[in-house]
Design a protein around this ligand. Structure first.
Ligand SMILES: [Zn+2]
Length: 294
């Protein structure tokens, strides 16, 4: 073969090898680089989401369960001005939105650890739910109200609608358990922005009926998303609880929030280890309220 031709063939060979390497290696490096970037950004997003929950939630509106629950989370995040001077360290665990298919599991865990809590329930008339209302009372927990329908648009449509809803749930719980409920948690909290009636008027009505309402000053964030890990749920609670002598902890009794149940045993153990007394809401529980009547 003549040298000029061989040279040309070698150049082609070189060109092919370099092109092949470039076409395979460059996308590989770019992919690895981008993957690293994505991971880093994801971590940043999680941090920012946690720090700016309020701003995020303010953008949300509507009436789906998810969004309603975000309202509750928002109210909790805003409740940073509550201080107390009590000596004892008390924690009141509260579960909203039940009964659900996992209420028994929560009750079993509480029983195993000899802890009493508070359940702010909604209205359900099936036999299974009625059995759960009874079990809550029989096992020494506090059965509180969280509205019959949990439908913000209906409950907060008028003073009359609110009063009817409270009465309906109170009667259902009384007829089922023989105990008239004395405690209430507003869906979305008392500082919700959904009510078309001034919340003070609703509080006034509850007071006249001898019902005390409770908001919260600690929460695990299970209302925001179901993706939060058990460890993170408990970290969120402990961070809040350590700021007060008396904490009312907001959690949700919903099948979609199973991590809350899975995290419960270790939460109880940690709270006990840190010297907190775990109690059900009673007449001697300091009120934690976002909206005061006076
Ligand atoms: Zn709720």
């Amino acid at each position: 073969m003549e040298p000029a031709r061989r040279k040309r063939i070698n150049r082609y060979k070189q060109f092919i090898v370099i092109s092949f390497l470039a076409l395979t290696c460059i996308p590989c490096f770019v992919s690895i680089f981008l993957l690293g970037k994505v991971n880093k950004l994801e971590k940043e997003i999680t941090l920012i989401a946690r720090e700016h929950t309020v701003e995020q939630l303010e953008l949300l509106s509507g009436s789906s369960l998810e969004q309603e629950m975000n309202e509750e989370a928002l109210s909790g995040v805003l409740s940073t001005d509550i201080k107390d001077n009590q000596e004892e360290k008390q924690v009141y665990l509260t579960f909203d939105d039940g009964p659900s298919e996992q209420t028994d599991e929560i009750l079993d865990i509480l029983k195993e650890h000899n802890v009493k809590a508070t359940f702010f329930v909604i209205g359900k008339t099936d036999a299974e739910s009625k059995r759960i209302y009874k079990r809550i009372v029989e096992e020494g927990h506090t059965l509180g109200m969280h509205s019959y329908t949990h439908d913000y648009q209906k409950i907060y449509a008028s003073q009359e609608a609110f009063e009817q809803d409270v009465t309906k749930l109170s009667d259902l719980l009384y007829d089922t358990t023989g105990v008239r409920p004395k405690y209430y948690r507003f869906p979305g909290g008392s500082s919700n922005t959904v009510s078309r009636v001034p919340v003070k008027n609703l509080i006034q009505y509850l007071n006249e009926e001898g019902i005390t309402y409770y908001d919260w000053n600690a929460l695990n964030g299970d209302a925001v998303t179901k993706e939060i890990s058990c460890a993170q749920l408990n970290r969120n609670i402990l961070k809040d609880v350590r700021r007060y002598n008396v904490s009312i902890v907001l959690m949700h009794d919903l099948v979609q929030r199973h991590n809350t149940v899975k995290a419960l045993p270790s939460l109880i153990k940690q709270l006990k280890k840190e010297g907190y007394e775990l109690l059900p809401i009673s007449d001697s529980t300091p009120v934690i309220q976002h909206v005061k009547l006076k």
